[in-house]
Design a protein around this ligand. Structure first.
Ligand code: NIG
Ligand code: FE
Length: 408
């Protein structure tokens, strides 16, 4: 075997096994190889195994110096493009004003929509780039980014174009999602907005190939399940996958809709009932939990432990956004999922790699396996569990994408 590069001296090489949704959540487990090596050719993983078993040639060798190597993380849920800040909201919430009340009174998401509308695409790009850099530095090699602060259909297209331009400026793989976030405040305008989304926004996003999925925020203060169904089925008719923000504060039918329509993922789930958890057993829909929101808004955490015990496939995301989760670290999201949602360290890494990849609708990432892109992290220490143990300093020493060291 002829490799461009051999990474040797790996104390532990950790990857998930079991590729796609069809294999079932229970199939996806961690595999740890001790004293390992990793061979790379053309940015792709050529071989992986115990170092003593390598008998190929490598043009170059890097010594990992007895550190752990794990699969590059996949952040399946971010809102990394926004302008303005939500510091006034934050102060109000700390003094007891609920998030939903701030939203209902025209602040919250609406204030970010106003600030985003007042910012040029170039400035939005310049604001978003360091956020992506920060996620990358924390270990994310694949990052989903949603629109949703445009509100006006033309502004949503601009947001998606900014996300496309962002993708060209980072080595991370950026996965764009069109988010239909909040409805017009005037109830009489909702039906016209839904038909605009279906007649022009979704077709235009699909035509320009600007979104890999359409997401709808289903909630008392946002869209109803009936309105969401119209927009999500329209997305599917245009060949675009779907996902939902749902069961964040209230149960208004989004969860059941997502499962019925075959959504890639249902995200949030803080308000999920035990009965709903049971219906996710063996579902191909991924349950994406967002512990940064529970921490920042003081919401009850999503029932991650119960979901896994019921046989659901759980993914973890940062939900990086200014209002509900100013969390700029994918590794920290996993660390929080262990503390707040009751995942084991092993489950958290599966949730942040292979399951998160499924939540984005593909299977050629999230694992260290011959034939897949050589996306991996060299950790600071020799035990991979420091990835989810460490709080407040970066457990990730180096980030490699397609066989190139991209950070630091
Ligand atoms: O995932 N819940 C709705 N959307 C975002 C928050 C957006 C915001 O507050 O700006 C979320 O929590
Ligand atoms: Fe979100």
């Amino acid at each position: 075997m002829k490799a461009d590069l051999l990474i040797r001296g790996i104390a532990q090489l950790v990857t998930a096994e079991g590729p796609g949704p069809k294999h079932g959540a229970a199939m996806r487990q961690l595999k740890v190889v001790e004293q390992a090596a990793l061979a790379i050719a053309d940015g792709t993983i050529l071989w992986v195994g115990p170092e003593a078993d390598w008998d190929g040639d490598a043009e170059a060798t890097v010594d990992a110096q007895h550190r752990a190597v794990v699969t590059g993380l996949v952040d399946p849920h971010t809102h990394a493009v926004w302008a303005g800040d939500r510091l006034a909201d934050f102060e109000a919430r700390i003094s007891g004003v609920p998030y939903e009340r701030i939203l209902a009174s025209g602040g919250g998401i609406w204030s970010t929509i106003r600030a985003t509308a007042a910012t040029s695409p170039d400035d939005l790009l310049a604001l978003a780039k360091p956020r992506i850099d920060s996620l990358l530095r924390s270990g994310a090699t694949v990052i989903e980014v949603k629109s949703g602060y445009g509100f006006k259909p033309e502004a949503e297209i601009v947001m998606l174009q900014v996300i496309r331009d962002l993708a060209a400026r980072t080595p991370a793989r950026i996965v764009p999602t069109l988010l239909i976030h909040v409805p017009p405040k005037n109830a009489s305008e909702r039906a016209a907005y839904v038909s605009d989304v279906c007649q022009s926004l979704i077709p235009e996003a699909a035509r320009q190939k600007l979104a890999e999925a359409v997401d709808v925020f289903v909630e008392k203060e946002a869209w109803s399940a009936v309105e969401a169904e119209t927009m999500l089925t329209c997305a599917q008719q245009h060949g675009v996958a779907i996902k939902l923000h749902t069961e964040q504060f209230n149960r208004v039918g989004g969860f059941e809709l997502g499962l019925r329509l075959g959504a890639l993922s249902v995200d949030h789930l803080e308000a999920c009932s035990a009965e709903q958890v049971a219906t996710m057993a063996d579902s191909p829909t991924i349950a994406t939990i967002l512990p940064g929101v529970s921490l920042h808004l003081g919401l009850p955490p999503a029932p991650g432990r119960a979901l896994i015990d019921a046989g659901a496939a759980v993914a973890v995301g940062t939900d990086l956004n200014p209002g509900s989760s100013p969390l700029f670290s994918a590794a920290m999201a996993l660390a929080l999922a262990v503390r707040l949602n009751g995942l084991t360290a092993q489950e958290a890494l599966v949730a942040g790699t292979v399951n998160a990849t499924c939540a984005l609708g593909f299977s050629n990432a999230g694992r260290i396996e011959p034939g897949l892109p050589a996306d991996f992290l060299v950790l600071q220490g020799s035990d991979w569990r420091e990835l989810v143990y460490t709080l407040g300093s970066n457990p990730v020493r180096e980030v490699w994408i397609r066989g190139e060291r991209v950070a630091p």
